[in-house]
Each structure stands twice: as structure tokens, then as C-alpha cells.
Design a protein around this ligand. Structure first.
Ligand SMILES: O=C(O)C[C@@H](O)[C@H](O)C(=O)CO
Length: 272
């Protein structure tokens, strides 16, 4: 299996808590992005001291309470399935704080991290304040939920978006990359993809490749998988009959998303 593809863990880690994914700099090629998916049974508690990491806690499905031990936000979460295709609530918690998440009912929580030194206020990102964007034409249509964008000063480094791609379409396409710290032309941002499919037995294909092909992996991605993008172009193709959801976390030395399209395929954008 590709080193860039991670399968979900289904074994309970402690009472009512399953760490489905845990991508760290120790077990991956990523230095700027850490990523975790946690399943909580009703009433279960997950607690973490952040140290020098900022974190965006996404109420992916189900309902949760979140506290940073000063403020508490209750009944966060808007959906039972990501395929309800409506935005959800998140909480931004800065470095050097401790947070707790308690499940009100059965919940899946996504934790998105990047290195951070400067403390910022804890912030509730309410579903109704998440920007919804429609991109693309022909078979390149997708819908994006912008939870933390590069123009949002709520976080130091983190970018978090959700992307819906209907069956038969492509996204992160034409292929683009952001692996050179060469602004204003291109920024360096690592990225993770957390994928789901509807119906859940579906699969999508994701290719991650660099110009020199030192990375060139084409992966069959199934429900609940994570794909790591340390560098390179990273398009996603979705077979007919199945809808795709993914959540992206991006971070790097500068919080600017300035991507570079693969020149071989950029013409896709110029079609009338
Ligand atoms: O517009 C899309 O297809 C989504 C992608 O831009 C995705 O968020 C990404 O690849 C970011 O670099």
C-alpha cells in the first residue's frame, strides 16, 4: 500500500474513544500538518494538551460539547452524515491550551493541527458563518465549505475546507500543487485529505505526483481513508454513481494558498 494512504482504525483506544486516524510528524512525512479523527460514544470524553500546536476541532458528525477550560460551547454539530451537505460547527483553540470534547450523542470529531507559537483567542466557527462556494464547470464541478481560509485571521497557520464532488466529476483538478515557498508565485503548504463516499462502499482515485515524478502515486481511496500530500499535484476522480466528500487541512510556513496548476493540464480551465 502507498505510504501516502492511511486506513481507518476501528479498535477502541479507551472507553468510548476510538482514534480512527492519527497523522503526526513522527509517523508521516508532514511537518506542518497534524491530523486526527476521533470517534466518541455518547458521553465519552477526549482531552488533549496542545503544547505548541493550534487546533481546529470540527464536529464532523453527531453532537459534541467543547471546552478550552475557560469557555464552553454546547451541542455543536449540525449533521448525522457529511452527505447532508450542510456546513457544520468547529472551534479554533490556540497553542498552549488544553481542550476537552464530550460527545452528546455518537460523534465523529476531526482535529486539524499546525505548529503555532502566538496565542490567539478561542473561537467558535458557527456553521452559519461557513462560506459555501461552487467551483468549476463540465465534469469539474464541486462545492466547498470554507471553514478556515487564508484570509481568516482566527488561526495562525491552519486552513480547513470541506469539498463535495458528485459522481462522474473531478476535483483538485486540473491538477495543482503548492510545494514551493516561492511567493508571490507559489506557496508551500502540506495537505491532508480525509475521504468519505456515498454510498459508503464507493471509492475514488487520487494521484499525488511531483514534476520530477520522485512522488507518483495513484491510490484507490475508500470510505474513511486519509491521503497525505507532502508535495505535488493531487487530483481526485470520482466514479459515476458515488458522491465524494473530503476534508482538507493545509499548513506551511506562510498562511497563503497560492497554487500552481500543472501546465500540461491547465487548458482544462480555458474551455468555453
Ligand atoms: O477546488 C477544489 O477542487 C478543492 C481543492 O482546491 C482542495 O481544497 C485542494 O487541493 C487545496 O489545495
Amino acid at each position: 500500500m502507498s505510504k501516502l494512504l492511511r486506513k481507518p482504525n476501528t479498535e477502541e483506544t479507551s472507553a468510548g474513544v476510538t482514534i480512527v486516524h492519527d497523522v503526526t510528524s513522527g509517523n508521516s512525512p508532514l511537518e506542518y500538518v497534524r491530523f486526527k479523527v476521533v470517534d466518541l460514544a455518547p458521553g465519552a470524553l477526549y482531552k488533549e494538551e496542545l503544547g505548541k500546536w493550534e487546533c481546529c476541532i470540527v464536529a464532523l458528525t453527531g453532537k459534541i460539547n467543547v471546552t478550552d477550560q475557560e469557555q464552553t460551547f454546547e451541542n455543536l454539530g449540525t449533521r448525522e452524515s457529511v452527505f447532508e451537505k450542510k456546513p457544520t460547527d468547529s472551534v479554533y483553540v490556540s497553542n498552549d491550551r488544553t481542550f476537552e470534547v464530550t460527545a452528546v450523542n455518537s460523534a465523529r470529531v476531526v482535529l486539524c493541527y499546525s505548529p503555532s507559537e502566538k496565542q490567539l483567542p478561542t473561537k467558535l466557527i458557527k456553521a452559519e458563518n461557513v462560506g459555501v462556494e461552487h467551483r468549476g464547470k463540465y465534469n469539474n464541478k464541486r462545492m466547498v465549505h470554507n471553514m478556515l481560509t487564508d484570509s481568516d485571521s482566527s488561526a495562525n497557520s491552519l486552513l480547513v475546507v470541506e469539498v463535495y464532488t458528485d459522481g462522474g466529476n473531478w476535483s483538485s483538478y486540473p491538477p495543482h500543487k503548492h510545494d514551493q515557498d516561492n511567493l508571490p508565485h507559489e506557496s508551500f503548504l502540506e495537505e491532508t485529505y480525509y475521504h468519505e463516499m456515498n454510498p459508503r462502499q464507493g471509492f475514488v482515485f487520487q494521484r499525488v505526483y511531483t514534476d520530477d515524478r520522485s512522488i507518483d502515486e495513484t491510490m484507490t481511496v475508500e470510505n474513511g481513508d486519509v491521503v497525505l500530500v507532502p508535495a505535488g499535484y493531487h487530483p481526485v476522480g470520482v466514479p459515476d454513481g458515488y458522491d465524494s466528500y473530503y476534508l482538507n487541512v493545509m499548513a506551511g510556513p506562510t498562511k497563503i494558498w497560492k497554487f500552481h496548476n500543472d501546465p500540461a493540464h491547465e487548458w482544462i480551465l480555458d474551455r468555453k
